[in-house]
Design a protein around this ligand. Structure first.
Ligand SMILES: *Cc1c(COP(=O)(O)O)cnc(C)c1O
Length: 381
């Protein structure tokens, strides 16, 4: 691998850091399924970084190095899922530590935090990310060790000011971790705004083709805490398969094109449907009417992402009537793929959900935006 740091991120991603296999000349890395690595007569490992396949798969290195470059991070780690990445951060805390996280966030992680923190002796407070002071009020000086945020927050797209959150966290002696699955490093690099740890569900935009479940963390510092995170992966073993790591390096080559197209189409769709007679609201951080628009402009560059929500008149019934008629949008959960998806979050999350019953979440793909608009128009008619 040659020195790459002066190149633009688009170049680094497209070329997977200018990978060339020096043994064969191949321009694509091999998939390395070996679970064990040989020692010579003197019992020295042939390649010192590789001994056993639990977390020393050579196929991870290129993806981790590329993600670290794109995030402006010191290092990155791949995990078997976004949840495995996020939970490894929490498992690196110590009993008695206090965590602060938003009320509306990726619901799988919120539910896990609520039960895990209780069992593990960790304190947890959930704050309302739509208000400006709630985070500062939730943090306990000296006791809070982790502030977890997600921005824009799924699926109401509240925008959290990363730099302000970092200031609040650091003043109290806490780390700031940012779930950056939705903006990706194409649109936001949380470490530049003061975050300590960045988390991705690589299942979503990083891979981008709805065919890999994977997760990743990137860190601003290789400190003691990061070492604990590395140990959680190495010893507890939430590792990615070699084929999945290979698919991820392939998917990441087109990350910039995909995210930019999705962002552009999402903005077009949001503008087109804002004020539609069948809608209560179109929620998208790229609309000037969005309460977080000014912060989003400051911390997102080149677009506002491919995710938006509609609040449909007529409550759950109205929303379900619209989703029923979609023909181009696919009715499915998840996000960040090349195909556009639509879902009714409340039906999935159930009665304890803080998500409005009239809300439809749209993940915009890379199809013709005219086709997407026409589909939504006929569904709303
Ligand atoms: C999907 C998702 C996760 C969880 O990731 P998995 O890869 O499904 O484990 C976490 N955060 C956000 C924002 C997500 O969309």
């Amino acid at each position: 691998m040659s020195k790459t740091t002066s190149l633009a991120p688009e170049t680094l991603a497209a070329q997977a850091l200018h990978y060339v296999d020096l043994q064969t000349g191949a321009v694509i890395p091999p998939i390395q399924p070996s679970t064990t690595f040989v020692r010579d007569e003197n019992y020295e490992l042939l390649a010192p970084a590789h001994s056993y396949g639990r977390d020393e798969n050579p196929g991870y290195l290129i993806v981790e190095k590329l993600l670290a470059e794109l995030e402006g991070a010191r290092a990155a780690l791949l995990f078997s899922s976004g949840m495995a990445a996020a939970t490894s951060v929490v498992q690196s805390l110590k009993p008695g530590d206090h965590i602060v996280a938003p009320k509306v966030m990726y619901w799988g992680l919120r539910n896990w935090l609520i039960s895990f923190c209780d069992n593990w002796g960790l304190g947890l407070d959930l704050f309302d990310a739509s208000g400006p002071d709630a985070l500062a009020q939730a943090v306990r000086k000296g006791e809070t060790k982790l502030v977890w945020i997600e921005t824009p927050c799924n699926p109401t797209w509240d925008v959290i000011d990363i730099a302000a959150a970092a200031g609040i966290a650091h003043e109290s002696g806490a780390r700031l971790a940012v779930d950056s699955t939705v903006p990706t490093p194409v649109l936001t690099q949380p470490i530049k705004h003061g975050a300590d740890i960045v988390m991705h569900s690589a299942t979503k935009y990083l891979n981008g083709h709805a065919d890999v479940v994977a997760g990743a963390l990137a860190t601003a510092k290789e400190d003691d805490f990061w070492e604990r995170v590395c140990k959680v992966r190495a010893e507890a073993g939430a590792i990615l398969g070699s084929f999945e790591a290979w698919l991820l390096q392939r998917g990441m080559r087109t990350l910039f094109l995909r995210v930019r197209q999705a962002s552009q189409s999402a903005l077009t769709i949001a503008k087109h449907f804002e004020g539609h007679t069948k809608l209560e609201a179109v929620i998208y951080p790229g609309l000037p009417s969005h309460p977080g628009h000014a912060i989003a402009r400051r911390q997102m560059q080149g677009g506002f992402g491919g995710m938006l929500s509609f609040r449909v008149k007529g409550g759950a019934k109205g929303a379900l009537a619209v989703i029923k008629k979609c023909q181009v949008f696919t009715r499915a959960t998840s996000l960040g793929g090349v195909e556009s998806l639509i879902e009714h979050r409340y039906s999935i999350e159930g009665a304890t959900s803080p998500i409005p019953k009239d809300l439809l979440r749209l993940s915009i793909g890379i199809e013709s935006v005219e086709d997407l608009i026409a589909d939504l128009e006929q569904a709303l008619a």
